[in-house]
Design a protein around this ligand. Structure first.
Ligand code: ZN
Ligand code: ZN
Ligand code: FE
Length: 755
């Protein structure tokens, strides 16, 4: 058997995840000699031994990697033999280019939990227990390389026992940067509403649990920021939280102790249970079960709860108390980013929380809980944030470094480097000053962590967006990208498809290249460009944003478009001052034209007796979908299509007339909803078939926030599938504006190529 020496370099998420000890163990087991070291480029190995063993070693590197590692490229080249007698683990070197990946934050692992619940263990009930396989990462790292002095744990000096674990390659805590114990690590404290510290450590926890049981609102510092916690079974307490937070009706997330508790509250499918227990621990939207025992106020008029399981050790302690189900909603006022700092929390959440369960481990970047839901047979992202960011999305191609600064709402930013896309956590609504600050911080953070300095910044076409203005202020080439083109490009990139494709982009609002509002679009194209093949008719939106808040206004305007001044008499009109709206649209006063699919849902909902004014985004559409009771019927409303301005126009007016007639004939709301959904699916399938006939394109990409409607997504994918199309749907990113930054970035990269 010949002996060889191989130089092996491993890239991917291989630092801070127990990779070197793993390599060390593999080498020892195979009697190899040589060394392993972290480099700024990943992990470097030189291994020497019999070729068969080296081969075996190489495959084990990939196949048996530790749970948090994400092994990317492995390159092995033979080099001259060395003469060391054993295999050693070398310490970090920090030089050269950095391409090591920072892992997302990870829920406490089973091994740590076992210690946590074992009275004999020195970390028994210690809320900051972690190891190389679990714990905070992205939210505590300030810069690279990922070493303790570069994290918010920098102020805690390890005790001798912790230090031994940290230095021992055979230990689960070898180089676990946040490693600590009750003697040397962070501690809990309870701060009263006045800002005074009233209890420490275990006593702080006991006091917080008692206060939760008494119906108080407790702000709890977690991994990515503060939650506002309240007993989910206490209707009065939940109402009080809603009132103080200024959140009237939008469903609140609930944390329960374990899977069996979750099963009592929701009907869970296998995939949903997997997501609940996954190391990312997202909020999972699942269908409510009768007799769930939670206060109605948690998710009023909604058929689902947003459930999650504990992920920080502290959560386990809280749920062991008297209260077994906790509302855990982001610690912010509506639309602000989640609060991360102790003093800031007392200031910003002072009017909401009765007290604050804090600790002294700093959070460097805010990171909301992620949200996923089962749609069209797969778990899909609704908000991609903690647990997922900054895990890269793999791209089919490589290219220049580009930054996409995202949309105005549900903002994320995205940096491209080689064949990877690094997306930030969910940042939120940039009109909010705090969010704008986090936006800038996140761009800086991602750029620094992954050593990316973009040669182009892609932004939304809308000139007034803060992100567009920020982009223009940088000393870098910029590119304006149409919102729905970005949706299409994001869906293609995520699916590793080059296109061209037929993009059916059903959305709320996006700035069109003709300066009107778009949102019900069929675009043909790819990252290199697009053609607006078809769209919903553009109709006036009386009062602009005011109409978004009041679907009845849109309904009146659309009825006017369909019937002229002689409106049919529908019950909903009796409730409103329709004359004012008619006047506005007739005179064209403050009534921008729009082709939004979201507004069409609003109009139909209002017309058939659904939501007239909304309390949270898309509420009217969500409730309209829910009454359709999960099934589409055979009968659908007819929807005409006609040629105008060199494109196919989809007649919103014909749909509105069909809905009005059905409403007048006394058809049930659930049936109207079904036929409306069916009508949309039929007409967009027809338009796609026409596009295929003319342009010989057989791939359809679905994107836009309206596809969070599971009835529409499922109906559309199966209808297009039956028509023989290849259908692309988002998998790792949300279909809503959370995906825009990726779309912008890949379009920007394509533009760079042509320079
Ligand atoms: Zn662990
Ligand atoms: Zn210690
Ligand atoms: Fe959008």
């Amino acid at each position: 058997m010949p002996t060889e020496r191989w130089k092996i370099s491993v890239r991917g998420i291989v630092q801070g995840v127990g990779f070197r000890p793993f390599v060390y163990r593999l080498a020892k087991e195979r009697s190899l000699t040589g060394f392993v070291a972290n480099t700024s480029d990943g992990v470097a190995v030189e291994a020497q031994g019999q070729v068969a063993r080296l081969d075996d070693f190489l495959s084990a590197l990939r196949d048996e990697a530790p749970p948090l590692a994400q092994v990317g490229e492995i390159v092995a080249v033979p080099i001259p033999l060395g003469d060391e007698g054993e295999f050693v683990l070398l310490h970090s070197t920090a030089c050269g280019p950095v391409s090591t990946l920072i892992s997302p934050d990870v829920a406490v692992c089973d091994a740590c939990l076992a210690e946590f619940f074992s009275p004999a263990d020195r970390r028994f009930r210690y809320p900051f227990i972690n190891c190389t396989n679990c714990g905070p990462r992205y939210t505590i790292v300030e810069r690279i390389p990922y070493d303790r002095p570069h994290t918010t744990m920098r102020g805690f000096a390890m005790c001798a026992t912790c230090r031994r674990e940290y230095d021992d390659p055979g230990n689960r805590r070898f180089h676990a940067q946040p490693n600590c114990c009750p003697d040397c690590g962070p501690q809990l404290g309870l701060v009263a509403g006045s800002g005074r510290l009233v209890a420490r450590r275990d006593e702080a926890l006991r006091e917080a649990i008692l206060r939760l049981a008494a119906g108080e609102i407790v702000a709890v510092k977690g991994i990515g920021g503060f939650h506002l916690a309240v007993d989910a079974a206490n209707a009065q307490a939940v109402s009080c939280l809603r009132q103080r937070k200024g959140r009237e009706a939008k469903p609140l997330a609930v944390m329960v102790a374990d899977l069996s508790a979750a099963r009592k509250i929701c009907r869970l499918e296998g995939m949903e249970e997997q997501a609940l227990t996954s190391q990312e621990r997202p909020i999972v939207l699942a269908v409510k079960k009768a007799g769930h025992g939670l206060a109605e106020e948690v998710a009023p008029e909604c058929d689902q709860f947003g459930l999650m399981l504990p992920y920080a050790p502290l959560h386990y302690l809280l749920l062991q108390g008297v209260v077994r189900t906790l509302v855990m909603t982001s610690g912010n006022r509506s639309e602000e980013p989640i609060c991360i700092d102790n003093d800031e929390a007392v200031q910003r959440l002072g009017g909401i929380a009765d007290c604050f369960l804090i600790h002294d481990r700093g959070i460097h970047l805010p990171c909301d809980d992620s949200v996923v839901g089962l749609q069209a047979g797969m778990l899909r992202q609704i908000r991609r944030s903690r647990g997922f960011a900054p895990k890269p999305i793999g791209l089919a191609e490589t290219g220049g470094m580009v930054l996409g600064v995202g949309a105005e709402l549900k903002n994320t930013v995205c940096l491209l480097k080689e064949n990877q896309a690094f997306l930030s956590q969910h940042i939120g609504d940039l009109k909010n000053l705090e969010a704008y600050r986090v936006f800038q911080q996140s761009i800086g953070q991602l750029g620094a962590l992954f050593e990316i300095s973009p040669s182009l910044i892609a932004h939304d076409l809308h000139p007034q967006y803060l992100s567009s203005r920020w982009a223009e202020e940088q000393n870098v080439v910029t590119l304006g990208v149409q919102h729905h083109h970005a949706h299409l490009a994001a869906c293609l990139a995520e699916n590793h498809q080059e296109g061209p494709a037929i993009g059916i982009i059903l959305d709320g609002t996006g700035y069109g290249s003709d300066r009107t509002i778009w949102g019900g679009e069929v675009l043909l194209g790819d990252a290199g460009g697009y053609q607006r093949f078809s769209a919903l008719e553009s109709l006036p939106l009386p009062g602009g944003d005011a109409a978004v808040q009041a679907p009845w206004r849109t309904a009146v305007s659309y009825l006017h478009a369909a019937y002229g001044a002689d409106l049919p008499d529908l019950p909903f009109m009796g409730e409103h001052e329709c004359g004012v709206i008619l006047d506005m649209v007739q005179k064209g006063l403050n009534s921008p034209l729009n082709s939004s699919c979201g507004r069409l849902f609003d109009a139909v909902a209002a017309m058939c007796g659904g939501r007239q004014t909304i309390q949270y985004e898309a509420q009217a559409a969500i409730e309209l979908m829910q009454v359709a009771a999960w099934e589409l019927g055979k009968e659908v409303f007819p929807c005409e299509v006609y040629e105008e301005d060199a494109m196919l126009k989809i007649s919103v007016r014909s749909l509105i007339r069909a809905v009005a007639q059905a409403e007048q004939s006394g058809m049930a709301q659930s049936e109207i909803s079904r036929r409306f959904h069916g009508g949309l699916i039929a007409v967009f399938t027809r338009v796609a078939e026409e596009a295929r006939r003319r342009e010989k394109i057989n791939t359809v990409a679905l994107s836009g926030g309206v596809f969070q409607n599971r009835l529409l997504l499922e109906g559309m994918t199966s209808s297009l599938g039956r028509a023989g199309f290849q259908v692309l749907v988002h998998k790792e990113l949300p279909c809503n504006d959370g995906c825009i930054s990726l779309g912008q970035a890949v379009i920007g990269r394509e533009a760079l190529k042509k320079r």
